[in-house]
Write a protein that binds this ligand. Sequence first.
Ligand code: UGA
Length: 436
Amino acid sequence: MARDEAGKCCVIGTGYVGLVTGACLADLGHSAICVDKDKEKIEQLKKVKIPIFEVGLEEIVRKNLKKGTLEFSTDIEDAVRRSEFIFITVPTPSDSSGNADLTQVDDVARTIARAINEYKVVINKSTVPVGSTKRVERIIQEQLSEPHEFDVVSNPEFLREGTAVSDFMKPSRIVIGADSQKAIMKMTRLYDKIDAPLLITDPVSAEMIKYASNAFLATKVSFINAIANVCEAVGADVREVALGMGYDERIGFEFLRPGPGFGGSCFPKDCRALLSMAEAHGYNFYLLEGVLKVNEEQQRKIVEKVERLLGGTVQGKKIGILGLAFKANTDDVRESPAIFIVRMLLEKGARLSAYDPKAVANARKELEGVDFAESPYEAVKDAEALALLTEWDEFKWLDYARINKQMKGNVIVDARNCLDPAVIRKIGFVYEGVGR
Ligand code: UGA
């Protein structure tokens, strides 16, 4: 690929990462074929029906489909033959013991091997256990029907749901883990138009960077949650404490928001995978064990608050739930603390009515026995307590005086510290946030 030449890419797996990667590569001026074995999904994508809510994604999919730089297909082998850069972005879910399940990565590697017709760079972008780049290389090598040159590199992504498109275009860094100079040159040119620090390293270190980054961020969240619990006990305000800590550049302001614990498709899964990887190599990662423990306990603490403020039991009581997504600005409920909290409340016999601006369709698949409301006001009608579980902006600006009149009781548990306690208490609520 010459300096200004467009790269021919295919992206296998059209989940969050794959779809964003394909659309953004096309938008950078390369050609991208996004492939998935799910025919229905691909048909919908061809009609610009995006299965996920991600800011700016629909726009660049539409634009690049029209330009012809982006294609959707179910034919993996054809896409591999027509491309030089083959991105693997299939899911690697946790198995029952916390290890990442590589079945789909292995399948894709075998398919790539069948289709290789000339030099390819195969790129592991999914979060895969340390050693997977070498594993993919070995599988392809074993399955090749004719000798062809190829390289496998690790290029972890650092996309956040909700801001994935801008995270791709303006990343904090680009990490390329490769042993081959040829692959490194090609990858560097592929990302030529992106202005970001470029770290070139070996594949194992690149894979480790991804786990270490997510585990560190998760550690910050559990740390501030633990501090929040101490703040509650001693009468300090955790928000002031986090602010005071954040001014120290070595600590920083980010990821110090206390709440109901971290969720999503990455932090919990990646912490578990790193823990079991360490264990498999004979190291007890006690710190990370603690991070996960604090996280689970944090969800329970929210339930206990609701229970305590309702006089010791939620049995038979109606509770209005605001927020089901694992964080704001996404429709994703995977490992959402809100879902765990709702399940615990249901088990304790509460009657629940829930509202979320984007995540109801996904939450319906996870929860039974919950009424889903069309608006926040409907969700809290006649409720004895309100639990605010996701920090959607619209929850900050509701008419809480109206809510107070509509509710049967007057308890608010604000698991995301979205509301101003003084204002809310003045309206007549009994209010509890986290760590204040
Ligand atoms: C995370 C990382 O931030 C990305 O860099 C990474 O690429 C991605 O995982 C991944 O591995 O694919 P994401 O899961 O989309 O991104 O969400 P975050 O914004 O990191 O939030 C994770 C969880 O932590 C959420 O439940 C959020 O509510 C919680 N959180 C975050 C807090 O409770 N407090 C904070 O201060 C920050």
